[in-house]
Write a new protein. Structure first.
Length: 142
């Protein structure tokens, strides 16, 4: 099985959240963990926000960034057709990156040679769009 993590799920691998144990357990249970290239930047943006708000120290931020840099090569990175992502964003009223993640997971599923792709998000609208588009969505997410 392939697990696709959108940015909300991807972040739980590096920052302790309520959903972190759920995502870690699923990561341990699959053969491949995939995400879009934009997840790196989305996570760095979230980390910068947390640092600015005082929820992360400089030391914690540096430690998470080292962990992210070390782990990044282990993920299968999915390229995205921006027009397909735009179409999804329009038809499901998704933010641009949310549409991008659904498009990436759909692209991955199309080329997975019959291997199931499980989509993980903690964004309710994105979850609904993924389900509507026929993706298998991780139970307990969102």
């Amino acid at each position: 099985m392939i697990l696709y993590l959108d940015a909300t799920a991807f972040a739980t691998l590096f920052v302790l959240e309520e959903e972190s144990s759920l995502v870690h357990a699923q990561v341990d249970a699959v053969d491949v963990v995939a995400t879009s290239r934009v997840s790196f930047t989305e996570l760095c943006d979230a980390l910068a926000t947390r640092r600015h708000e005082g929820r992360l120290t400089d030391r914690e931020l540096a430690q998470i960034r080292r962990h992210l840099d070390d782990a990044w090569p282990t993920f299968a990175l999915v390229e995205v057709d921006e027009r397909a992502a735009g179409t999804l964003a329009l038809s499901h009223r998704l933010g641009g990156f949310a549409g991008l993640h659904v498009a990436a997971a759909l692209e991955l599923a199309r080329h997975a040679d019959g291997v199931p792709v499980l989509f993980c998000t903690f964004d309710a609208r994105q979850r609904l769009a993924a389900e509507t588009e026929g993706l298998l969505v991780m139970p307990g997410a969102s």
